[in-house]
Write a protein that binds this ligand. Structure first.
Ligand SMILES: [Zn+2]
Length: 468
């Protein structure tokens, strides 16, 4: 194993050197050049890929076991240890180089935070350089699970950093031990598809993107010119004087078949959506993903992956904003911006709308009605926003379950992923088969109601998970 690995490291470092051009230690240039990303994207060598839930023994590569173990041991006391995927130390052109690879994302929420990723990198560098003074170069890779390839589980780099000991030691100690270290080292790469990172404007990373300029003007996916005309004329929806529009609302599916729907909201999430897709695939289950437009735009391949796996994609607005607080024009823009991105990436027209929080107003119902969208609520709430124990999620999803049930889960928490196979097994043990919302239509499912009648329905109400 030694020779192929050494060659691989040499190949990687050669590629990195080529990609990076001059690696001057002083230039704080977190570059997000696409060519660098492309190299990384195609590069994770098979030897470095390990199962996500690897044992400690699998984390250690076994080339310079003592050094590797020292690095892993030091990381035991950091936030990183549970997400550590690989520690490798090998000879590269006569010098010792280390590679530390770990899963990106916040341990509790599963979400990316730039600050957390930089802290991860800082911990990894400190552990690697202090393990052995002979280690002259360290690569840090922060990855997310990707679709399995022929070699098994594969990983997609979100963030990588490559630095020499001399550059590292040239930094003041106070910086070396803080997350600032990332900004001060030469070669740092972010995958712009996975992390919308702007090195010149770090604050942008925590500010929601504005609605795309096309949101109010672009021709809508699957809808006619009348709608655009209405919006353009006064920005308000017309009061319907002759005939009250009919709202389509799905509180549950038909009770006449032994079908239920698992709905997964708020994705796609780079850390967890691939895991969810794997679980669904393993159990041969079709689920329903209510996606947030801006996240779909940020992670287009994940949305395509969801569609290609045959799952239903629903509209969960562009910004995940609380529609009951918005004007009709804003509601329309939120729905259409999400619809547009779904259409552009998958060619699909989302026929189901889940308003964030489950709350809707007459304007929401009108907007959905004009777009032939069914406002889709739920009967069972996993309550997984608060990261409860897996057993609690499973219990909530299965309590009193019966045909036609709609289960609400969220795609941003690891416990939801852990609960999913248990929920699927529990449903099947009760003779229920999870499937697509579109297979659960029946008499009065969805219900076609006047707006007044629809507004009288019990809405699902405010929930803390929906606050953004
Ligand atoms: Zn939501």
């Amino acid at each position: 194993m030694r020779q192929p690995f050494a060659l691989t490291i040499i190949a990687i470092l050669a590629l990195l050197a080529t990609a990076a051009g001059s690696t001057q230690p002083d230039s704080p240039e977190p570059t997000d050049s696409l060519s660098h990303i492309a190299l990384h994207r195609s590069q994770p060598p098979a030897e470095l890929l390990v199962p996500l839930e690897g044992e400690q023994a699998q984390v250690i590569k076994g080339l310079c076991v003592e050094d590797e173990r020292r690095i892993a041991d030091q990381l035991q006391s950091t936030q990183l240890h549970q997400r550590l995927l690989r520690v490798a130390v090998g000879e590269v052109e006569g010098q010792k180089a280390a590679l530390v690879k770990f899963q990106a994302g916040d341990q509790l929420t599963g979400q990316f935070r730039l600050a957390a990723m930089e802290a991860d990198a800082s911990a990894a560098l400190a552990a690697a350089f202090s393990a052995d003074t002979d280690i002259s170069h360290v690569d840090v890779w922060s990855v997310v699970p990707s679709e399995p390839n022929a070699g098994g589980q594969s990983h997609r780099p979100v963030f990588s950093l490559s630095t020499a000991r001399s550059s590292y030691l040239a930094l003041p100690y106070s910086i070396r031990s803080s997350r600032q270290v990332v900004r001060r080292l030469g070669v740092v790469r972010y995958d712009p598809l996975l992390l919308d990172y702007d090195p010149d404007n770090p604050s942008r990373n925590s500010v929601p993107a504005p609605l795309p300029p096309t949101a109010y003007t672009k021709s809508l996916v699957g809808y006619g010119a009348d709608w655009q005309h209405i919006l353009a004329s006064n920005g308000r929806l017309p009061e319907n004087t002759s005939e009250e529009p009919v709202a389509s609302v799905m509180l549950h599916g038909t009770r006449r078949q032994r079908r239920v729907a698992i709905t997964i909201d708020d994705g796609p999430c780079p850390l967890l959506t691939p895991l969810i897709l794997q679980v669904l695939d393993r159990h041969q289950v079709v689920a329903n993903f209510f996606v947030v437009g801006e996240k779909a735009e940020q992670y287009p391949q994940l949305l395509r992956d969801i569609a290609e796996a045959g799952h239903l994609i629903g509209n969960h607005t562009y910004h995940h904003r609380r529609l009951s607080r918005l004007s009709a024009q804003e509601i329309a823009a939120e729905l259409d911006a999400c619809q547009t991105i779904i259409g552009r990436l998958t060619g699909q027209v989302a026929r189901y709308l889940r308003p964030p929080g489950g709350n809707y107003t007459a304007d929401v119902l009108r907007c959905a009605s004009v777009r032939s969208q069914t406002v889709t609520l739920w009967t069972h709430n996993a309550g997984d926003w608060a990261n409860p124990p897996v057993s609690e999620i499973v219990q909530r999803c299965l309590a009193g379950i019966r045909p036609g049930a709609i289960i609400l889960m969220h795609g941003g928490d690891i416990n939801s992923v852990r609960a999913l196979p248990l929920i699927i097994r529990g449903l099947r043990a009760r003779g229920l088969e999870p499937g697509s919302l579109s297979e659960m239509h029946g008499p009065n499912c969805p219900e076609l109601l006047t707006l007044d009648a629809a507004l009288d329905l019990p809405q699902n109400g405010w929930q803390p998970d929906e606050v953004k």
